[in-house]
Design a protein around this ligand. Structure first.
Ligand SMILES: [Ca+2]
Length: 288
């Protein structure tokens, strides 16, 4: 794995689709025309002390055990896996399909995280997905995302999943890299930056997917996945990514209530890194 010295880009160089730190206290994604969060019962906007919005405004005190916090400002997105339940997910949509897209967000590892042990092989948990006209086998265009599996020691490794389009499902795990170590990473924030580019012409299989990760307090990003020559195909009627979800289906259910936090969610059509490669991330960080 290579350590990459990159700082976060400036607004001027990026065509932004959305930048949401959830400081509106709801899912309205202000100042991001063309982008919308889907309504869902399984996620909410929270402060350290209070759940403030689910599908409408609410004012529910945080469970004492949760230790919620925002990465920036006072609000974050909270995604909870209830005991024995497989599903929490935050979907989003944007109007203009993008064949080449950048995404970034801060993710807080649950304070009590352990990758659930499962005897069969199916312990893969979704992290995010992006798609065009339809998800996975429902898509003529590709679906691209990430999942994580247990590392045998309570932590997880993560990897990309890419469906080649043509209504085919995702093929094998691509680009395995360490994701979460326990107990050391519990309660820590990581910043993930993802770049996905579709192939240049139908069937040319020259698409790419790159992922960088930086832990809170680190000055450097590590490139965790560097996948070239990928069959990332455009749909004939939706020429690029236009839908997505965060977290998603957990094949291995958690035996205790497990909460992920997300903050500072960004989508852009151009690089979220500056070109100067200055390692002083804080000065160039796009804080909203
Ligand atoms: Ca925030």
């Amino acid at each position: 794995m290579t350590a990459v010295l990159l700082s976060f880009g400036t607004l001027a160089s990026s065509k932004e689709i959305v930048a949401d730190s959830f400081e509106s206290g709801d899912f309205s994604a202000p100042n991001s025309p063309g982008f919308s969060w889907s309504k869902t019962e399984t996620t909410s906007v929270v402060t350290a002390s209070t759940q403030v919005f689910r599908t409408s405004l609410l004012n529910e005190p945080a469970p004492e055990s949760s230790q919620w916090e925002a990465k920036t400002g006072d609000h974050a997105l909270m995604l909870r896996y209830n005991v024995g339940k497989s599903w929490t997910e935050q979907r989003f949509n944007f109007n203009e399909p993008q064949p080449d897209i950048w995404m970034s967000f801060w993710l807080r590892v649950p304070i009590n995280f352990t990758h659930p042990a499962k005897e069969s092989a199916g312990d893969n948990q979704k992290l995010f997905f992006l798609w065009m006209d339809g998800y996975s086998t429902k898509g003529e265009g590709s679906s691209v995302g990430m999942e994580f599996r247990g590392d045998g020691q309570g932590g997880s490794y993560f990897y990309a999943k890419i469906s080649p389009g043509g209504f085919n499902g995702t093929a094998g795990d691509r680009g395995r890299a360490p994701f979460i170590e326990v107990p050391g990473d519990r309660g820590k924030w990581m910043h993930l930056v993802v770049h996905v580019a579709s192939e240049n012409s139908a069937g040319s299989s020259d698409g790419l997917m790159e992922v960088w990760r930086k832990w809170e307090g680190d000055s450097e990003y590590t490139k965790t996945q560097d996948l070239k020559n990928q069959p990332i195909r455009l749909s004939s009627n939706v020429k690029g990514f236009s839908h997505g979800y965060l977290m998603g289906w957990a094949n291995a259910v958690y035996p205790v209530q497990t909460e992920f936090l997300i903050d500072d969610f960004n989508l852009s059509t151009t690089s979220l890194f500056s070109s100067s490669n200055v390692p002083s991330a804080p000065s160039g960080l796009r804080v909203r």
